[in-house]
Ligand binder design. Structure first.
Ligand code: AMP
Ligand code: TRP
Length: 342
């Protein structure tokens, strides 16, 4: 238990994770998940994990992974995670994740794992027989990440809902077989930003695996590039600025992004932009996005300039995380029937 949380009123715990598989996080990550991470550190006992074990489920280059792990960490601190209030750490520096994953994989049905849609999507892309066993067991490792910390809530985007349901199922199954051990966590998915869509293909989610970089707004994009991508965003036929997910997915996405960043409701925006063209909305939105991204980009660069200090911050996080993980794993080992270790 971190020293801040008083035993009389323990704060609920959150845990979330993000993969270091891109050179920058994008606006979907930021609005769908990361912004909530920052807010929750004020009210919760927060654990946030850069999931490099998950990142090797797809073919990877070691140098690139190391670089992206640091870039991910720098962005997390740059968006406002405070190492005093949040435990920010790298998954592979806490060996208990892989250890618990093994135990949970022995409780997961083959058919159950086969139904995970993210696995089906990702493996279909490379041909199912070429997909690794690690990609198949990916959601079980994710369950281990969450259960090790006894998290009450898990802030993520909509695409993670199925993995969280599996996590709850595994927690309950373990508890049922071996005695009350794990908290069954809840997903924390604010509706308005659960799925930010691609600027070029507004019916698909904004994703690093998208077909064109023009559809993704990266936190670390140059300002000129951010402006260009927003001004060229695909809008819909007609001229009216109105949220209508079915007939106007492009404009709806832009309104949602504006609303999430400006705090103005979508209805108020519709009223304010009445009679104006898409260009006016886009121009204002570009400025709002840049006002958010620019300070983050600057702070990220500063943090990356001192790798030694960044690595040290991550080690502090890993030490704190390990204390909790070791305790849970001790109970798990005992419940499952393994001999003691120390
Ligand atoms: P990923 O980049 O897939 O590792 O996702 C990291 C986090 O961002 C997860 O919580 C996702 O659910 C969330 N996320 C990713 N893309 C989007 C999106 N387009 N809209 C909302 N949330 C997203
Ligand atoms: N699978 C998540 C994603 O693609 C990343 C992740 C790994 C995660 N472990 C986690 C998210 C634990 C929440 C909690 O975004």
């Amino acid at each position: 238990m971190p020293i801040e949380s008083s035993p009389s009123a323990p704060r609920p715990r959150v845990l979330s994770g993000i993969q270091p598989t891109a050179d920058s996080f994008h606006l979907g990550n930021y609005l769908g998940a990361l912004r909530q991470w920052v807010a929750l550190q004020d009210t919760h006992d927060a654990f946030y994990c850069i999931v490099d074990l998950h990142a090797i489920t797809m073919e990877h280059d070691p140098q690139t992974l190391r670089r992206r792990t640091r870039v991910a960490a720098a962005q997390l601190f740059a968006i406002g995670l405070d190492p005093e209030r949040s435990t920010v750490f790298v998954q592979s520096q806490v060996p208990e994740h892989a250890e618990l994953q093994w135990v949970l994989s022995c409780l997961t049905g083959f058919g159950e794992a086969s139904r995970m849609t993210q696995f089906k999507d990702k493996s279909a892309k490379q041909g199912t027989s070429a997909a690794s066993v690690g990609l198949f067991t990916y959601p079980i490792l994710q369950a281990a990440d969450i259960l090790l910390y006894q998290a009450d809530q898990v802030p993520v985007g909509e695409d993670q809902r199925q993995h969280l349901e599996l996590t709850r199922t595994l927690a309950q199954r373990f508890n049922h077989r071996f005695g009350e051990t794990f908290v069954a966590p809840e997903a924390y998915i604010p509706k308005a930003t659960a799925k930010i869509t691609d600027l070029q293909e507004p019916t698909a989610k904004m994703s690093k695996s998208s077909s064109s970089p023009q559809g993704i707004l990266d936190l670390l994009d140059e300002p000129g590039s951010v402006r260009k991508k927003i001004m060229r965003a695909v809008t819909d036929t007609g001229t009216e600025i109105k949220a209508d997910e079915v007939n106007k997915p492009g404009v709806t996405n832009l309104l949602r992004i504006h609303s999430a960043l400006s705090g103005t409701s979508v209805e108020d925006l519709e009223r304010r932009f009445e009679g104006q063209g898409y260009g006016a909305l886009k121009k204002e939105l570009a400025q709002i996005v840049l006002d958010t991204f620019e300070p983050i980009r600057e702070r990220t660069a500063k943090l990356l300039a001192d790798e030694g200090e960044l690595d040290r911050m991550l080690m502090v996080g890993a030490d704190r995380a390990r204390e909790v993980a070791r305790q849970t794993m001790g109970t798990v080992r005992d419940r499952v029937g393994f001999l003691g270790r120390d």
